[in-house]
Design a binder for this molecule. Structure first.
Ligand code: SAH
Length: 388
């Protein structure tokens, strides 16, 4: 087992920024959770994340405008149009690779403000038959973000349907993209004690009952949770499990075994099972404590690509990658696209384009930490971007 550092760089949060102090009354949800926990006992980190992100009244994605320069974090499609354009070309090529079906589901998990899909649909105009065949499904829980998505995607003319979860998307051939979706699915954390594993829970702080603090569960985890052996870990190490991600990977695997398709997953994370805490909170492009401001700060955890691969294989799909985002975009023809975009442009525009692209691929920015994994149907060729 390798240990990973407690907090790695999310795409744009500045790790040198001192932890932000959030005003006491900034998080009404924290007060509610504290009262509920005081009455009923500690909750799992997964239940805490679920409420912090998706509480119908106070959840982060329910109430806020999290994404973009004015929000708390910025994502690849928001940084440069080149990202979505290259993914669009990848999708068109994948549609050709799966035999140009006359009808297929084009699915995006967690489309944010709809920027990525709008860029995809714009380049896909090069292949009108692709657009005619696509049934667009956006899997999104946030009503506010659905409106943003509609605003950007409606002008493209694509007939769009929304779903609360992948379960609601009909079966059939499909192409799916998920950029920075898996990192916001709730995780559980387990701490290796001297003798066994114990789940890390959220309790009220004994020194200040308005605050929250981590505690260890007093009973062992249920046997179904797949934890590393005692021999390969040391006392105090933390292991994270993301059950919703695993369930989605199993569902994708099942669909891909029965219908032709590909699913492209892009996120920041690690590609081998490892211990280490990656739960992190970001507000206004700076880190803060994960228990300080539920509903107000963004909460994420790094994605365990090894577990997605394991579950991806479980029902019969095959996988390619993960490869670093920088490598993937280079292989898809990033340099040529940048050259076309910058041709005959004034120096300040060229500079903006080049700076955006440098953020996407730079090894100290998003190029290495962000990784790209593809789950696809057995029998299909290795997808573009994964061929060495
Ligand atoms: N892909 C976008 C946004 C990433 S932010 C981009 O690259 O800019 C995460 C997105 O996933 C948001 O749209 C959020 O509302 C959505 N989301 C998070 N968890 C979800 C879930 N369990 N089901 C559906 N959508 C979810």
């Amino acid at each position: 087992m390798t240990r990973i550092p407690p907090k790695s760089n999310k795409n744009d949060a500045n790790p040198d920024t001192p932890d932000r102090v959030i005003a006491r009354d900034a998080s009404p949800l924290r007060e509610r959770l504290a009262a509920m926990i005081a009455a009923n006992g500690p909750i799992s980190i997964s239940d805490y994340m679920e409420d912090a992100l998706f509480h119908p009244q106070f959840g982060y994605y329910t109430t806020g405008q999290p994404i973009g320069a004015a929000g708390d974090f910025i994502t690849a499609p928001e940084i440069s149009q080149v990202f979505g354009e290259l993914i669009g070309l990848w999708l068109v090529q994948s549609w050709i690779d799966i035999g140009e079906p006359s009808m297929f589901n084009l699915i995006e998990l967690g489309p944010g403000r709809g920027v990525l899909m709008a860029d995809v649909l714009r380049v896909a105009r090069l292949r009108p038959k692709f657009l005619d065949a696509a049934r667009l499904w956006l899997v999104e829980t946030s009503g506010r973000l659905r409106l943003e998505q509609q605003k950007r995607i409606k002008p493209t003319g694509a007939a769009t349907q929304w779903a609360d979860s992948l379960d609601d998307v009909p079966d059939g051939p499909f192409l799916l993209i998920a950029n920075e979706f898996f990192d916001c699915l709730p995780i559980r954390q387990f701490v290796r004690t001297k003798t066994s594993w114990r789940e890390r829970m959220v309790d009220v702080d004994p020194n200040d009952t308005a605050q929250l603090a981590f505690v260890l569960h007093d009973v062992p985890p249920e046997p179904e949770v797949n934890l590393p052996s005692r021999e390969t870990t040391q006392e105090g190490e933390i292991y994270e499990v993301c059950q919703p991600s695993e369930a989605i990977a199993r569902d994708l695997s099942d669909r891909l075994a029965h219908h032709k398709g590909r699913a492209l997953i892009i996120d920041y994370g690690y590609d081998r099972d490892q211990t280490g805490e990656t739960l992190q909170a970001i507000q206004g492009h700076a880190y803060c404590s994960p228990l300080e401001a539920p509903g107000v700060s963004d909460l994420t955890a790094h994605v365990n690509f090894a577990s997605l691969i394991r579950e991806g294989f479980s029902n019969g799909a095959v996988t390619a990658g993960p490869v670093p985002q920088g490598t993937f975009l280079d292989r898809l023809g990033l340099a040529a696209r940048v050259q076309t975009l910058t041709q005959d442009k004034p120096p300040d525009v060229i500079n903006d384009i080049e700076q955006g692209v440098a953020r996407l691929v730079g090894s100290h920015q998003m190029g290495t930490l962000f990784k790209v994994l593809c789950l696809y149907s057995p029998g299909l060729s290795v997808p573009a971007g994964f061929v060495v």
